[in-house]
Design a protein around this ligand. Structure first.
Ligand code: UDP
Length: 344
């Protein structure tokens, strides 16, 4: 069995990003020493409030080795990578280089430094359309048919990690996130992507009058209200899943892939209504065409997360997610830069 004890130093690649920063906070609260490894290409220095920041690129194994050595790293949580689906279609080579070659580089450094425990940031994007009906949930064994190079790279990383677990005695858990959303209730860290493409921040911006009216991407899907169904999971529940994945007893060579979602599908219209409720005013919106590549429904079967990790969502009701996202959107900026550019 491999275990990571409280107090251990845990390298968090991509720890200056949205989910990474919330996980660094959760690690620190649990008594671990997070060491954030991030090149700040899309993350924010201001987000690294928990543990030290080492600036570096995951494609640089020497920099990774130095960080592991200097900080006596015993385990790694690997978030660093590119995430924009549309960009992956335009530049697949870049995604393979950063996401796949970057993960190879990390695994090499871990092996050389004797770090045998990994939690990997995977995605529901590995399933693509999954061949599952609109009201069915997706188990881990569902068909994998990624609909973008982004999803391809996440699946390729899972395969490579699993093979290296068998070959080199590593043990790893890949967490397949559904729709990460919300923010820490403190309002000091939250979601900020440049450009922002996610539904909840855009619906809030539209409702606040800060952005354009929201476009609902299609209302002719085979779902109860015609809009897409997604499984929204509070980022702090996601962070807790990483701690559970770090702490679960795993045999050497074990590789586990686990869905992290609530099992509840919410439609785009339901999200818009929840944002309007939280704001106390309507969210200006119009219906437009479908967005290319959007699956009708992506809803987790979370059974395995409960059974293997003992994990269940604690704060992922839509109203809680929207309330915390709204608190974050209402905070003053970090530093002196523009609000949108300075948020995490
Ligand atoms: N969506 C939408 N309008 C927007 C952004 C998103 O209707 O401006 C829909 C999108 O089609 C999907 C859902 O909201 O059904 C969630 O999209 P998001 O980009 O937040 O996450 P994804 O599921 O693509 O990872």
């Amino acid at each position: 069995m491999t275990r990571v004890a409280s107090g251990a130093s845990v390298l968090v690649t991509g720890g200056a990003g949205y989910i990474g920063a919330h996980t660094a906070q959760a690690l620190s609260a649990r008594g671990y020493r997070p060491v954030v490894f991030d090149n700040l290409s899309s993350g924010f220095r201001e987000a690294t409030r928990w543990g030290e920041l080492v600036e570096g690129d995951i494609r640089d194994p020497a920099a990774l080795r130095r960080a592991m050595q200097t900080h006596g790293v015993e385990a790694v949580i690997h978030f660093a990578g590119l995430i924009e689906v549309g960009r992956s279609v335009a530049s697949p080579d870049l995604f393979w280089e950063v996401n796949v070659a970057g993960t190879t580089s990390l695994l090499t450094a871990m092996r050389e430094h004797g770090v045998a425990r990994l939690v990997f940031s995977s995605s529901a994007a590995v399933y693509g359309q999954a061949g599952i009906g609109p009201l069915e949930t997706i188990p881990e064994a569902a068909r994998k048919a990624p609909s973008s190079p982004y999803g391809d790279t996440k699946l390729a990383c899972e395969w490579m990690i699993s093979a290296q677990c068998r070959a080199y005695g590593l043990s790893a858990v890949a967490l397949r996130y559904f729709n990460a959303a919300g923010a820490d209730p403190s309002g000091i860290i939250g979601e900020a992507h440049e450009p922002e493409t996610h539904l909840i921040p855009l619906a809030i911006a539209a409702g606040l009058g800060d952005g354009k009216p929201l476009t609902i991407f299609g209302d002719d899907f085979d779902t109860p209200d015609g809009t897409c169904l997604r499984d929204y999971i509070h980022v702090n529940d996601l962070a807790a899943a990483h701690i559970a994945a770090l702490e679960v007893d795993l045999a050497a060579c074990a590789f586990e892939a686990v869905n992290i979602g609530t099992g509840q599908g919410r439609s785009v219209r339901e999200v818009v209504q929840a944002v309007a409720r939280a704001l106390g005013r309507p969210v200006p919106h119009a219906t437009g065409p479908r967005r290319a590549g959007d699956p009708t429904s992506l809803v987790a079967d979370p059974t395995r997360a409960r059974e293997l990790l003992g994990w269940e969502p604690a704060c992922s009701s839509l109203d809680e997610i929207v309330r915390d996202a709204l608190r974050w959107e209402g905070q003053p900026a970090y530093g002196a830069g523009s609000r949108s550019a300075r948020k995490i």
